[in-house]
Design a protein around this ligand. Structure first.
Ligand SMILES: [Zn+2]
Length: 410
């Protein structure tokens, strides 16, 4: 890095001398130089040479796996990340990472452990991404989560990600940054990278292009600056530090997700059905009994929907919650509903069934959609709950063409 063409040439001369001393050879045709600036056009024209050959100027280049842009923007970087993630999704699709082969929760683990580390490579030292760039990355993740669960592309975003317990992409980037910052703190204080880190963190610059400043800003976002300033990252130990970072980001992600859910009144039912940023409990049934996966998958789609206010063409009524109307009160589905309730009665004890029946329609609908907390199903065993959910899923799946499972024309 140099602040003038003359000193850049001087540095390149040092590189040449070093190469001569150690009998190395660097290929000038594979080298470029970049003039970093905040404007679109570069007003500086200069010529620098390496081993007598002129080095061309470039607008962007990949250095150590990280794309550097001369205009210090992140659009090309985002484009590259999205392209990598999409190509991984397509290559994994044919080997089973789709809605019918590998279980969605396992696919989500593959996403976190294979796709993201590759696509977000070097994200710990990336510049701050713009809102538009972040939205593009989040869109790719949402696309993936819908593919593996067989959801429509118009399904609610808040439920498609949280049903398999995924964080936002920003959360994963923050995790990488904080873990990298912890590694920097644990490294030898005499090492070059530690010295550079200390130098930049002590200088009062607010430039978003400095990776160190970004890391410190991230630590500040999670109120962890004290941990780093007091060298607590060393006291924690490597594993404990990593656990603490994951726990902190997880709780922040959950808080953010809950806030987004509470901001959308149409997601009020879903927010009661799926209460934690972990994989949906219903997916556990599909894991234990893979033959019921298709049924459970559809039940999750229905339970993940927004409240749909729609005219029921079966009984010519305007409904305030269309899916609830189909399950609990639509006249046309009376026979299926009675069979379902009889089957549930066979599983539950009399007092358990009375408690279930005594609930108001909202709670009854919530319990049939897999909600346990706050409903009569809170006190029944997991085995009974699982059998009931399979009965509900079979009934819902039988009439699958009637249910609203995406947000088009709401
Ligand atoms: Zn109806």
């Amino acid at each position: 890095m140099s602040n003038s063409p003359r000193s850049l040439q001087c540095l390149l001369n040092h590189v040449e001398n070093y190469a001569f001393t150690w009998r190395l050879h660097y290929n000038p045709s594979k080298s470029v130089f970049i003039v970093f600036r905040k404007t679109q056009k570069c007003s500086l024209s200069c010529s620098v040479t390496l081993f007598g050959s002129e080095i061309p100027q470039s607008e962007n280049t990949i250095y150590a796996g990280c794309l550097l842009q001369a205009n210090m923007k992140s659009d090309k970087l985002t484009e590259r990340v999205c392209k990598t993630a999409r190509s991984k999704i397509h290559s994994l699709y044919s080997i089973g990472v789709n809605n019918s082969d590998i279980h969605p929760v396992v696919s989500a683990k593959i996403w976190k452990r294979v796709v993201l580390p590759s696509a977000l490579y070097s994200c710990d030292i990336w510049p701050s991404l713009s809102l538009t760039d972040m939205q593009q990355l989040e869109y790719v993740q949402r696309h993936f989560s819908r593919i593996i669960q067989g959801f429509s592309k118009f399904s609610p975003s808040l439920s498609s990600i949280s049903n398999i317990g995924l964080w936002t992409i920003q959360g994963y980037i923050d995790k990488c940054r904080l873990l990298f910052l912890g590694r920097l703190h644990r490294s030898e204080q005499t090492s070059v990278h530690y010295q550079i880190y200390k130098f930049i963190s002590d200088v009062h610059v607010s430039e978003k292009f400095f990776a160190t400043k970004n890391m410190l800003q991230t630590a500040n976002k999670y109120q962890l600056l004290d941990v780093f300033e007091n060298n607590c990252s060393i006291i924690y130990g490597k594993k404990e530090f990593s656990k603490m970072i994951i726990k902190t980001i997880w709780s922040a992600e959950e808080k953010q997700w809950r806030a987004a859910l509470s901001g959308d009144p149409d997601m009020s039912f879903f927010s009661k059905i799926h209460t934690m940023l972990n994989p949906n409990k219903l997916w556990q049934i599909a894991r234990e009994d893979p033959s019921k996966r298709l049924l459970i998958n559809f039940l999750i789609q229905v339970s993940s929907m927004k409240i749909v206010r729609k005219f029921c063409q079966l009984c010519n009524k305007l409904t305030s919650n269309y899916n609830m109307h189909l399950i609990l009160s639509c006249f046309t589905l009376l026979d299926d509903r009675e069979t379902m309730f009889e089957d549930i009665l066979d599983i539950l004890d009399v007092n358990e069934y009375v408690l279930f029946e005594d609930q108001d329609p909202d709670l009854q609908f919530l319990s049939l959609m897999g909600c346990v907390q706050g409903t009569s199903f809170e006190k029944i065993s997991f085995t009974k709950w699982k059998r009931i959910m399979i009965i509900v899923a079979s009934t819902v799946y039988k009439n699958k063409s009637l249910f609203a499972i995406d947000c088009r024309n709401l």
